[in-house]
Design a protein around this ligand. Structure first.
Ligand SMILES: Cc1cc2nc3c(=O)[nH]c(=O)nc-3n(C[C@H](O)[C@H](O)[C@H](O)COP(=O)(O)OP(=O)(O)OC[C@H]3O[C@@H](n4cnc5c(N)ncnc54)[C@H](O)[C@@H]3O)c2cc1C
Length: 502
C-alpha cells in the first residue's frame, strides 16, 4: 500500500505553496476558488463540462431558445455561507429575497394562505400564519405545536428516522403528511422514513424557529448560467483565477505520498502544490490512487445513497396565476415557481405563444421558435414515486393540478411541457449519514475533498456545497501558514428561542 505523507513529512509550505488546483466547477469548487483567490493564491479551476455550476445549472431549451435551469434553486435565509459567497463574488443582486410564501390547501380545500412573519419574536414569528391554515383542525394545530416544541428540546444520542420520532410523538398520519413532510421534502428531498432526525431538526430549528429571517427564501431572477458564467467566473478571473471548462480530469498524479498534479482526459497535466477534489462523491474514487480507495473514509462513500428531483417546465399562452411561487399541500406538484413573474429579464406578462400548432409538445420535440409563453416551473423532490409515470403523464397531472388551484383562466393553453429529472440530485439524509460523509482533509495532506456530500453538518444544498469549499480553503490556508476563518457565523438565535431551549 502506498505510504501517504504525514504533516511532519510535508515540506514547509508557508512561503512556497501558492498554486491550488481545484477539480470541479460546481458551487463547492467555485467557493474554494473564491476564498483562496481573494487571499492571493494562484488558483486553477478545471471543470469537465462546458459550463460552470455543476448541479445548479442551466440548459437552452431547443424549442423556445430560452435558457432554463435544470431546476429552481433557492436558498433559505439561514444559508449564511451561500449569502457570503454571493456577496464576495458580486452576484447578490441576481437574487430576490421573498418575505412571503403562499401555501395552497389540499384538493377540495383549495385556498391560498399567505405565510409571513408577524412582529412577534422567534420562534413565535410564524405562528399566526400557521394558525390561518384552514386545512388543519384545531387538534392538529395543537399536535404540530407540541411536536415543534419537543423537537426544539430533543437531543438524541443515536440518530434515527424522523418518521420513527414523529410516531413516538403521536403525530397523526395527516399531520405527518401535510406538515412535516411538506416542509422536509422540499428541503431534503426524501420521505420521512428516509430522513435522519438530526437533519430534520436542523431544517426546523435553523430555518423556522431560532431566528426571524432563517425561513426567508432567496430566488434567482436570472437563469443560473448568468450567475455562474457571467458574474462568478468574472469575479474569480478578476482575482487572477484561471478557470478552464471542458477540462475533464482523469486522475491525480502522485509522488512521494503527495499529489503533484492532475492528468486531464486529453493526457496533459496540470501541476500544483495544493489540490481540491470537488466532484460528486461517486466520482471521487475513480480519480484517487487505488490504495486510497481502501481507506475507511473513502470506502464509506459507496454507502451514500441519492435521491432524484424532477422539475416540470410548463409554457402557457396566458398567465394561470400572478403569484410568484406557491407550495402545494397533498399534491404531486410540490412547489411552483412562476418564472415569468420572478424573472428580471422579461416583463411579468405573457409573450406570444410558441409556434407549436396548438399541440402540447412534450420534452424537446419540435422545431425551434424564438418567443416564450408564460413559464411555470414545478418542482417534485424525492421523485422516486415518478418512476412508474411517463413524462407525458407527469406533465398532464401537474397541468391538471395547477388548473384546479387556479380555475379562473380556462382559456389558458398549455403550449409545451418539459420534465428534467436529475436522478442523483442530492445524497439521501438517511439516519447516521453524517458518519459516512468524508472530512474535507483527505488522508493525503495536500488533498482536500469538497462537495455538498462532505462533512459540513448541512444537507445537500448550495449552502452545504459552499461551506465545504470554504472549509477546504481554511485547511489549505492553515497548511500554508496563512490560517484564516472563511466560514461566516450562523444567524444569531433569538433570545426567546434560547430561553425556551434552556
Ligand atoms: C434538481 C436539483 C434541485 C436542487 N435544488 C436545490 C435548491 O433549491 N436549493 C439548494 O440549496 N440546493 C439545491 N440542490 C442541491 C445543489 O444543487 C447541490 O447541493 C450543489 O449544487 C452541489 O454542488 P457541488 O459543487 O457540491 O457539486 P456539483 O454541483 O455536482 O459539482 C461538481 C462539479 O464537478 C464537475 N466534474 C465532475 N467530474 C469531473 C472531472 N473528471 N473533471 C473536472 N470536473 C468534473 C461536474 O461537472 C460539476 O460541475 C438541487 C440539486 C438538484 C440536482
Amino acid at each position: 500500500m502506498t505510504e501517504f505523507a504525514t504533516e511532519h513529512s510535508t515540506p514547509s509550505l508557508a512561503e512556497s505553496v501558492r498554486r491550488v488546483v481545484i477539480v470541479g466547477g460546481g458551487l463547492a469548487g467555485l467557493a474554494a476558488a473564491s476564498a483562496l483567490a481573494a487571499r492571493g493564491m494562484a488558483v486553477t479551476v478545471l471543470e469537465s463540462r462546458p459550463r460552470l455550476g455543476g448541479r445548479a445549472s442551466s440548459i437552452v431549451d431547443r424549442d423556445t431558445g430560452e435558457t432554463i435551469d435544470n431546476c429552481q434553486h433557492v436558498a433559505m435565509g439561514c444559508c449564511t455561507s451561500f449569502r457570503h459567497f454571493c456577496d464576495a463574488t458580486g452576484c447578490s443582486d441576481l437574487f430576490e429575497t421573498q418575505k412571503e410564501l403562499y401555501f395552497v390547501g389540499p384538493p377540495g380545500q383549495t385556498k391560498v394562505v399567505r405565510f409571513a412573519a408577524s412582529s412577534l419574536p422567534a420562534p413565535l414569528h410564524l405562528a399566526s400564519s400557521f394558525l390561518r391554515m384552514p386545512w388543519f383542525t384545531l387538534g392538529e394545530k395543537r399536535q404540530i405545536a407540541f411536536g415543534l416544541r419537543r423537537l426544539t428540546k430533543a437531543r438524541l444520542e443515536t440518530d434515527r428516522s424522523f418518521q420513527a420520532w414523529l410516531d413516538e410523538q403521536r403525530q397523526s398520519e395527516t399531520v405527518q403528511r401535510r406538515f412535516w413532510h411538506l416542509i422536509l421534502v422540499s428541503a431534503l428531498s426524501e420521505s420521512l422514513d428516509r430522513i435522519s432526525f438530526h437533519h430534520a431538526r436542523k431544517v426546523f430549528v435553523d430555518g423556522f424557529l431560532s431566528c426571524r429571517e432563517g425561513w426567508e427564501v432567496s430566488i434567482p431572477t436570472v437563469p443560473l448560467d448568468d450567475v455562474y458564467e457571467t458574474r462568478i467566473a468574472a469575479a474569480l478571473r478578476k482575482h487572477g483565477a484561471d478557470i478552464r471548462v471542458k477540462s475533464g480530469v482523469r486522475r491525480l498524479v502522485m509522488s512521494g505520498g503527495h499529489v503533484v498534479g492532475v492528468e486531464l482526459r486529453d493526457g496533459s497535466e496540470v501541476a500544483g502544490d495544493e489540490f481540491v477534489l470537488a466532484v460528486p462523491q461517486y466520482l471521487v474514487k475513480s480519480m484517487l490512487p487505488d490504495e486510497l480507495s481502501e481507506h475507511p473514509g473513502v470506502a464509506a462513500l459507496d454507502r451514500l445513497e441519492t435521491a432524484p428531483i424532477a422539475s416540470v417546465h410548463l409554457w402557457y399562452d396566458q398567465p394561470l396565476t400572478e403569484l410568484p411561487h406557491a407550495t402545494f399541500v397533498d399534491r404531486l406538484s410540490q412547489w411552483m415557481f412562476n418564472r415569468t413573474v420572478l424573472s428580471s429579464v422579461q416583463p411579468p406578462s405573457c409573450r406570444s405563444p410558441l409556434p407549436l400548432g396548438g399541440e402540447v409538445a412534450v420534452s424537446a420535440a419540435g422545431e425551434g421558435g424564438g418567443e416564450q409563453g408564460c413559464r411555470l416551473q414545478v418542482v417534485i423532490s424525492a421523485a422516486h414515486d415518478l418512476s412508474g409515470m411517463s413524462e407525458k403523464e407527469v406533465i398532464a397531472k401537474v397541468d391538471a393540478e395547477l388548473r384546479e388551484v387556479w380555475p379562473d383562466n380556462h382559456e389558458a393553453r398549455l403550449l409545451k411541457g418539459r420534465m428534467i429529472t436529475e436522478h442523483r440530485a442530492v445524497f439521501s439524509p438517511l439516519p447516521g449519514v453524517d458518519e459516512i460523509r468524508a472530512l474535507q482533509q483527505s488522508p493525503i495532506p495536500n488533498l482536500q475533498l469538497a462537495g455538498d456530500w462532505t462533512r459540513t453538518g448541512w444537507p445537500a444544498t448550495m449552502e452545504g456545497a459552499v461551506r465545504s469549499g470554504y472549509l477546504a480553503a481554511e485547511n489549505i490556508l492553515g497548511r500554508c501558514g496563512a490560517a484564516a476563518s472563511v466560514v461566516p457565523s450562523d444567524l444569531p438565535s433569538a433570545r426567546l428561542f434560547r430561553w425556551l431551549m434552556s
